[in-house]
Design a protein around this ligand. Structure first.
Ligand code: HBI
Ligand code: FE
Length: 295
C-alpha cells in the first residue's frame, strides 16, 4: 500500500499549521525504518525510567499487559486484540489531527485515531503535533481501563452533540479534553499520579507536573475546567486532579446543554488563576510562567 504522506501543512498568518485530513490508513508496519524503531525504543525507555511512582498504576500495568516494549513499534492489530477483549476499543491509523467532528465520531464509536508515523531523531524532545509515540504510548494504555474507556466514548458522543450546538460548546469540551485526557492528574493512596497522555509522553512535564512548585494543582470541577484557558506552547500553569476514573465518567452523565448555556454567560478563566472556591491542593508560585499565550 502507498505509505500515506505526512500531514500537509499550510502557511497561514500563524505560521505553518497542520491541514486536518480524515483519511484512515493501515499501519505501514513493514515500512518503518530501523531509525523509526530506534526512536520508539529510546522514547519508550526514557519514559519508563521516570514513570514508576509518577504514572498512575493502571497505566503501567495496562501498558505491560498489552505487550508494549522498547524492542519495536507495537503493531496496531496486536494491540487491537487486547483492546477488543478488555473494552471493545479499536485503533485506526490516521495521518494526524482530524477535524473535530471526525475525531468525536471515532471516539463515540470506540475507535481511537493513532498517527501512523513517528517523529525524527532530531525531534526527540519536542514535536508540535501528535505523532505515533504521543498517541500510542500516551493515550492507548488507559483504553484498557473499562471506566476510562467508557469516559472516552461518552466524551466522543458529547462532542458529536456539541458540534451541533456551536463553537462555544466545542471550546468548553476541548478544555475538558485538555485538562483530563491530555494533562490530567489522579489522586492515589500514595500521592498524586499522572494519567494525561500529553504529560505521559513528555519527560519534562512528567517531572514538572508533580514536583515543580510553579503550577497550581486543583481538585476536578467540570464547569471550572470548561471555563479555563490552557497552554499549548509551555507546561500547563494549572493541573486538575480527579479522585478516580469514576468521578470522570460520572461528570459526563448530565446533559451538557444547560451547562453550555450557563458558561456562555461567564468569562473564561486565565490558565494560571486560582479562584476562591477552588479545591486547592497546591497554589503555584508561577515561577517561569510566560506572560501571555493562553489559548
Ligand atoms: N485528531 N487525530 C486526532 N487526535 C486528537 O487528539 C485530536 C484530533 N482532532 C481534534 C482534537 N484532538 C481536539 O480538538 C479535541 O479536543 C477534539
Ligand atoms: Fe493527545
Amino acid at each position: 500500500m502507498a505509505v500515506a504522506q505526512r500531514v500537509e501543512h499550510q502557511m497561514t498568518d500563524k505560521g505553518y499549521v497542520p491541514v486536518y485530513t480524515t483519511r484512515i490508513v493501515e499501519q505501514p508496519w513493514d515500512e518503518y525504518s530501523a531509525t523509526d524503531h530506534d526512536v520508539w525504543g529510546q522514547l519508550f525507555r526514557r519514559q519508563r525510567e521516570i514513570l514508576p511512582h509518577r504514572a498512575c498504576t493502571e497505566f503501567l500495568t495496562a501498558q505491560d499487559a498489552m505487550g508494549m516494549s522498547d524492542e519495536q513499534i507495537p503493531r496496531f492489530d496486536e494491540l487491537n486484540t487486547h483492546l477488543a477483549r478488555k473494552t471493545g476499543w479499536q485503533l485506526i491509523g490516521v495521518e494526524g489531527l482530524l477535524p473535530e467532528l471526525d475525531f468525536f465520531d471515532h471516539l463515540a464509536n470506540r475507535r481511537f485515531p493513532v498517527t501512523w508515523w513517528i517523529r525524527k531523531p532530531e525531534q526527540l524532545d519536542y514535536i508540535s503535533e501528535p505523532d505515533l509515540f504521543h498517541d500510542l504510548f500516551g493515550h492507548v494504555p488507559l483504553l484498557m481501563n473499562p471506566v476510562f474507556a467508557d469516559y472516552m466514548q461518552a466524551y466522543g458522543a458529547g462532542g458529536v452533540k456539541a458540534h451541533g450546538i456551536g463553537p462555544e460548546a466545542l471550546v468548553n469540551l476541548t478544555r475538558l479534553y485538555w485538562y483530563t485526557v491530555e494533562f490530567g492528574l489522579i489522586r492515589q493512596k500514595d500521592g498524586l499520579r499522572i494519567y494525561g497522555a500529553g504529560i505521559m509522553s513528555s519527560k519534562g512535564e512528567s517531572i514538572h507536573c508533580l514536583e515543580s512548585p510553579a503550577p497550581n494543582r486543583i481538585g476536578f470541577d467540570l464547569k471550572r475546567i470548561m471555563r479555563t484557558r490552557y497552554r499549548i506552547d509551555s507546561f500547563q500553569k494549572t493541573y486538575f486532579v480527579i479522585d478516580d476514573f469514576e468521578q470522570l465518567f460520572d461528570a459526563t452523565r448530565p446533559d451538557f446543554s444547560p451547562i453550555y448555556r450557563e458558561l456562555a454567560e461567564r468569562p473564561a478563566i486565565p490558565a494560571g488563576n486560582v479562584l476562591a472556591d477552588d479545591r486547592v491542593i497546591q497554589a503555584g508560585t508561577g515561577e517561569g510562567w510566560p506572560e501571555d499565550g493562553d489559548v
